[in-house]
Design a protein around this ligand. Structure first.
Ligand code: SF4
Ligand code: SF4
Length: 501
């Protein structure tokens, strides 16, 4: 069938610069550059270009420019080019439209409408270069009060397991199979170097990464891929995944082509078979059921590690979060509508879920109102872009954040949204052995550790500017936030005052 889809990008090859080296042909995994042996010339097939820019970066003579096709359909706010193209795709395939990465719609990004405070005449700011600044965070259930042994500094109160992280930023769940083993290794090593945690996602943990267990969060999802006693034992934290922000209410699907020998061994499923995680956990239909799984995992690991529960941020997150705390979750994870994924139905990704800022504020408020906020740490994810977002999240009530997309961008990802194809030109979202080598774990570790170091330094600057020397003092302190360009209702849900007040 002839496609009615125009190319999304134009590939401009400057003939005065091109030396016909064929680097672009080898780098492009989408067949947008081909060598024509008859004419001894490299030609563009721009209908295949996904705009990943790998060729632009690797062309030794800077001969290539990728331009977005302006697609001059007649202007129509309702029938925008993307809407038209999606209908054409479905008319040609008859299937569900899949996509990778997170929601790219123009929903309000509340981080950009929140501003932080700074000290001026009174309560002077602190110079982070000269004064010690504390970013250390402890994740886990805290007691409402502590009792000390009489005449001794020892605690009488028995503390639930706590996990110390040096920076309030962790790497979000990305499963082996969705991303390559070299990405997992880079995340694990960078987390170890920065004193934080990375998350295996739902695809199990490759045995060669067991040595990073102290910095590892292992996931238990509906598919139970790769879940066995050693997997639980080796981890620092166990996370039960109920939902994720990119596809609330929808299960996972790793196509059989991505289930290589190593992925099959790690996931404990036959090679080449589709790895399907059902939308629900079939043993959880109530908060009581969730409590049973939480305590089964605690029991299996001798009550030595915190158990987290992750949900997608949806309409009733505050009530759900309250139930999760009462079910024994030590850490609550909220994943907002900008959360990314290796593959999701586009219609779900773009139309389900709520902004993480709103979910966080309402969950923190509800847990405080119920007097149970200290019984669980709150971790958020879904579109955290920089240290400013981190600081605002902490002030809104988070204990720490997860970053996924930002970590992949640090590794080279250009958000081309082709993760579901398994052809990632940057070697990130693939299990193809040749492509996997495009991420060198030594370099990947360096880039990720650098990112965390840069954000840590900036966080210290932000705190110092506020006259605060410990992140703990910012946590949930919404007096340090003001809203700009928000309605009264939005300000009320966020629990912040309008700028100028
Ligand atoms: S990589 Fe650049 S110089 Fe080499 S063939 Fe492609 S466009 Fe030409
Ligand atoms: S991970 Fe790869 S395929 Fe996915 S958006 Fe990034 S560059 Fe594209």
């Amino acid at each position: 069938m002839k496609t009615y889809l125009p190319p999304k990008f134009f590939v401009d090859r400057d003939p005065n610069r091109c030396i016909q080296c064929r680097v672009c042909v080898n780098q492009c995994t989408f067949d947008a550059h081909r060598y024509d042996a008859e004419d001894d010339e490299v030609r563009s097939h721009e209908e295949n270009c996904v705009g990943c820019h790998r060729c632009v970066l690797f062309c030794p003579t800077h001969a290539l420019t990728i331009r977005r096709n302006p697609l001059d359909y007649r202007e129509n706010y309702n029938w925008r080019p993307e809407v038209i193209e999606d209908i054409i795709k479905q008319a040609e395939t008859g299937g569900v439209l899949l996509t990778g990465m997170g929601n790219d719609k123009g929903y309000r990004i509340y981080w950009d409408h929140l501003v932080l405070n700074a000290s001026q005449v009174t309560n002077p700011s602190i110079d982070p270069l000269r004064e010690p600044m504390e970013l250390t965070t402890y994740l886990g259930r805290k007691p409402d009060r502590v009792e000390v042994e009489q005449g001794s500094p020892s605690l009488k109160t028995e503390l639930a397991p706590q996990v110390k992280i040096e920076v309030p930023v962790m790497f979000a769940a990305m499963s082996y199979g969705a991303v390559s083993i070299n990405v997992h290794e880079s995340l694990a090593r960078a987390a170890a170097e920065a004193g934080t945690l990375w998350n295996t996602g739902e695809g199990g943990l490759h045995p060669k990464l067991y040595k990073y267990g102290d910095n590892t969060i292992v996931q238990v999802a509906s598919g139970r891929f790769g879940v066995h006693p050693e997997y639980l034992d080796v981890a620092r934290v166990i996370e039960i995944k109920i939902g994720q922000g990119a596809k609330p209410g929808i299960g996972g699907h790793l196509p059989g082509e991505k289930v290589s020998a190593e992925v099959s061994m790690t996931r404990m499923i036959p090679k080449g078979t589709d790895a399907l995680s059902p939308a629900p956990q079939h043993d959880i239909y109530s908060i009581e059921d969730l409590a049973q799984l939480v305590y089964a995992l605690k029991e299996a690991t001798n009550y030595t590690k915190p158990v987290a529960v992750k949900i997608a941020a949806v309409h009733n997150s505050a009530a759900i979060a309250s139930g999760m705390v009462r079910a024994g979750a030590d850490i609550i994870v909220l994943d907002g509508l900008r959360g990314a994924t290796g593959a999701a139905p586009k219609i779900i990704r773009d139309n389900v879920g709520i902004p993480i800022e709103m979910a966080l504020a309402s969950v923190d408020t509800r847990l405080r109102q119920e007097g149970i906020r200290s019984q669980a740490s709150v971790v958020i994810s879904g579109g955290i872009r920089n240290s400013g977002d981190v600081a605002k999240a902490i002030a809104l009530g988070a204990d720490a954040v997860y970053i996924g997309t930002a970590a992949l961008v640090a590794l080279g990802c250009t958000l081309c949204q082709q993760c579901h194809t398994g052809k990632c030109a940057w070697g990130i979202c693939t299990t193809d052995l040749a492509l996997t080598k495009r991420v060198n774990p030594d370099i990947g570790t360096r880039r990720l550790a650098n990112l965390l170091r840069g954000w840590s330094l900036e966080l210290k600057d932000i705190l110092g500017g506020m006259g605060i020397n410990a992140l703990e003092s910012l946590r949930g302190n919404r007096l340090h936030l003001r809203g700009v360009g928000l309605t009264d209702t939005e300000l009320e849900i966020l629990g912040v005052e309008m700028a100028g007040n």
